[in-house]
Ligand binder design. Structure first.
Ligand SMILES: *[C@@H]1O[C@H](CO)[C@@H](O)[C@H](O)[C@H]1NC(C)=O
Ligand SMILES: *[C@@H]1O[C@H](CO)[C@@H](O)[C@H](O)[C@H]1NC(C)=O
Ligand SMILES: *[C@@H]1O[C@H](CO)[C@@H](O)[C@H](O)[C@H]1NC(C)=O
Ligand SMILES: *[C@@H]1O[C@H](CO)[C@@H](O)[C@H](O)[C@H]1NC(C)=O
Ligand SMILES: *[C@@H]1O[C@H](CO)[C@@H](O)[C@H](O)[C@H]1NC(C)=O
Ligand SMILES: *[C@@H]1O[C@H](CO)[C@@H](O)[C@H](O)[C@H]1NC(C)=O
Ligand SMILES: *[C@@H]1O[C@H](CO)[C@@H](O)[C@H](O)[C@H]1NC(C)=O
Length: 628
């Protein structure tokens, strides 16, 4: 996750109160669902087991096994330098705050210059999942995402070109079995908690504290067992705890913070090397009864690569199971953008000093995110939902779901009634929509929402006036990088069979090392999820031949372009200062990757469709109408 301070808001945002006015929503919800037995559910949204952490995600009736994919796959939307497009004007309100990942973390290409603030918003599991310092069950600390994107496959002749994100189906693997009712925890990366150590306070425990806590329990348990064959464990352990606490300072110690408070639990956690982990895992579960009463199912909506009813739109969402009329098909918390300016994108340029700025005030296009948000012509308020599946729901004038303000207790109905646009520049609004089934929906049937009159009019107008720039399919770079079996074309082959002009070829920096072959660089960094920083060298493929190491594979001669290297860097690598290129032989396929050139992918076209989804009149609060 991004490294900004507002992230603690992430923890307190939507912190659930099952009290006061929100209680009534809960009761209403229970009445609504009382009649029928609860539907099956594989994933719930419910209050986190971490105190003060707001909402969390929980596995339903069936455990998620290690190594399987977590959920159905999220969409990721590039968020291109919003602050820079505002020409760094202040104040700048960025509702997504810490809900975005760096584009590198999610395997997204360098969509635009400059790279510094290129972010990825993945409004499914990735936007809702919490992190835990000890119990992690999704991704791995160093590589939290496994990007397995699928292209939309939309031609530029289609009015849909550039209107949907090419980053779909991004999945994380389950790294540790999650039992029924277990909370999902994903690493925010190795630096996330440490970089916040000061803000989190002295009593906040780090992974290292948990390891020491485990060691302490392992030492204490046998000691207690030895002297307690006749007495019960509890008083002894309590005494020992008291001594430890007296010595280390009561509740001052981060290590003590990790230990079970119940003597028997503490004793059991000392039985082996992973007792403490098991203890915390147990603490990170809700019962299925709790989840059906206080949680909301968020896996009734399953994304599919091709919309059954609107294949021209690309992806779609279908019902994962039979959903009777009135079912809350999903609930999505909302990011609130009071100001439409956030979405404007301009042509940028680098000034004489090398800093980026807005070239003119002509709006070139809008952030792709707008197409995934709700808006209304009579207000500047824009609401962007985040919840698994909901961003795949297509438009149809004959819908089978509608949205309403959520009846869940974590939606703040008072805020809807009282807040104006001007005082909604606030991360803590805690608003949510329910998607409600208008009729019985059968398993596999497409979930469809009416995007409203304003959207329909804008779309018809766009279709009528759309002038394709060309008829190409612009395949994202990951498509080429996944095809490791397809030989790379040499420079002379490319003269008559060029790669599409939006691509450029880069080589792995390991090729700079004089010993790159002998050291048998293991090429773990595969081009399937290349990091721009490692595949940072522009290069050309000159020749292709059977590899010396494995004659059934091709190897390549490549020419590395050294222009980006400084003189010092060259000296370190024993490369003469005046050399501009370097040839390398026997380079494996994995040494080379393709990258989409910044701002040449479809979403940067100037004539792409951008329009928010219609907020129904019935949902729009009176006092939000600031744009009539
Ligand atoms: C993760 O990264 C750290 C340093 O950032 C490194 O020390 C550690 O070995 C890495 N772990 C794995 C499993 O790659
Ligand atoms: C995601 O990828 C899997 C294969 O890995 C595929 O079965 C599934 O249909 C894809 N989902 C979408 C929405 O494209
Ligand atoms: C695309 O990037 C180039 C820099 O390589 C920049 O000059 C140009 O203005 C960008 N286009 C837009 C639309 O921002
Ligand atoms: C953007 O900001 C820079 C520096 O503050 C300023 O010189 C430039 O005129 C601004 N451009 C526009 C189009 O507002
Ligand atoms: C709900 O919103 C109202 C009005 O903005 C605010 O006073 C109240 O504290 C909020 N409640 C919660 C639980 O956040
Ligand atoms: C909807 O499904 C319920 C059972 O789940 C059934 O009783 C009802 O008749 C169905 N309604 C329609 C209009 O098919
Ligand atoms: C929006 O504004 C238009 C024009 O003033 C008006 O006719 C319409 O009734 C308004 N819609 C709502 C929901 O207020």
């Amino acid at each position: 996750m991004k490294n900004t301070w507002s992230s603690l808001l992430f923890i307190s945002l939507l912190s659930c109160s099952v009290d006061g006015e929100s209680q009534s929503g809960l009761i209403e919800k229970q009445i609504l669902t009382k009649e029928s037995k609860p539907l099956e559910c594989g994933l719930y949204l419910a209050p986190s087991t971490i105190p003060g952490a707001g909402l969390g995600l929980f596995v339903g009736h069936q455990a998620w096994e290690e190594g399987t994919k977590a959920g159905y796959g999220d969409i990721c939307i590039p968020i291109v330098n919003p602050h820079l497009h505002r020409n760094y004007s202040k104040p700048f309100f960025h509702p997504l705050g810490d809900y975005t990942w760096s584009h590198i973390d999610v395997g997204m290409t360098l969509e635009a210059y400059p790279a510094l603030h290129l972010e990825a918003f993945c409004p499914g599991i990735d936007a809702l999942v919490n992190s835990h310092q000890f119990v992690l069950n999704l991704g791995s600390p160093n590589k939290s995402h496994v990007a397995q994107y699928l292209p939309a496959g939309i031609f530029r002749t289609s009015p849909n070109a550039g209107a949907v994100s090419p980053y779909r189906n991004s999945t994380t693997r389950v790294s540790r079995r999650i039992p029924p009712g277990g909370e999902l925890f994903k690493s925010y990366g190795p630096t996330w908690f440490p970089s916040r150590a000061k803000a989190l306070g002295d009593s906040f425990a780090f992974p290292e504290d948990f390891r020491r806590g485990q060691a302490l329990l392992n030492r204490m348990a046998p000691l207690v067992d030895r002297i307690s064959s006749t007495v019960s464990v509890s008083p002894l352990f309590t005494d020992l705890f008291d001594i430890v606490q007296a010595v280390t300072g009561t509740f001052q110690s981060r290590i003590l913070k990790t230990l079970p408070r119940e003597p028997q639990h503490a004793h059991d956690a000392g039985d082996d090397e992973s007792g403490l982990l098991r203890f915390h895992e147990d603490m990170s579960r809700h019962s299925l009864e709790y989840l059906t009463s206080y949680g909301q199912c968020v896996d009734h909506v399953r994304p599919v690569p091709l919309s059954p009813k609107h294949p021209e739109a690309g992806q779609g969402a279908v019902a994962a199971r039979d959903l009777p009329q009135g079912t809350i098909v999903s609930t999505s918390p909302l990011h609130v953008f009071p100001d439409l300016d956030y979405f404007n994108m301009y042509v940028l340029k680098q000034n004489d000093k090398g800093t980026w700025e807005r070239e003119s005030d002509h709006v070139h296009t809008k952030q792709l995110l707008l197409n995934y948000c709700f808006g209304h012509p009579n207000t500047t308020m824009t609401l962007c939902p985040y919840g698994p599946g909901v961003n795949y729901i297509n438009h149809d004038r004959n819908p089978n779901v509608r949205i309403r303000w959520s009846l869940n207790p974590w939606h703040n109905a008072t805020a809807v009634a009282e807040r104006t646009v001007e005082n909604s520049f606030d991360f803590q609004l805690k608003l949510a929509f329910d998607y409600v089934a208008l009729r019985n929906i059968s398993e596999g049937e497409e979930i469809l929402l009416d995007y409203g009159d304003a959207w329909e009019t804008a779309w018809q107008e766009h279709k009528r006036t759309y002038q394709p720039i060309d008829g190409k399919i612009i395949q994202p770079d990951y498509v080429y990088n996944h095809q490791l079996h397809i030989p790379l074309r040499t420079r002379s082959e490319q003269e008559f069979d060029p790669y599409p002009e939006h691509l450029h070829t880069r080589c792995h920096v390991a090729l700079l090392q004089p010993t790159y072959r002998q050291s048998q660089y293991n090429w773990l960094e595969t081009p399937e999820s290349p990091l721009l920083v490692n595949y940072g060298l522009p290069c050309h493929v000159l020749q292709r031949y059977a590899s010396e190491m494995d004659p059934s594979e091709y190897a390549y001669t490549v020419e590395l372009d050294l222009e980006i290297l400084s003189d010092e860097h060259k000296a370190d690598l024993s490369i003469p200062k005046n050399d501009l290129v370097l040839e390398r032989h026997q380079v494996p396929r994995r040494g080379v990757a393709q990258f989409t050139r910044p701002n040449l992918s479809d979403m940067h076209l100037s004539n792409t469709f951008r329009h928010s989804i219609g907020l129904p009149d019935s949902v729009l609060p009176l006092q939000w109408k600031n744009a009539i």
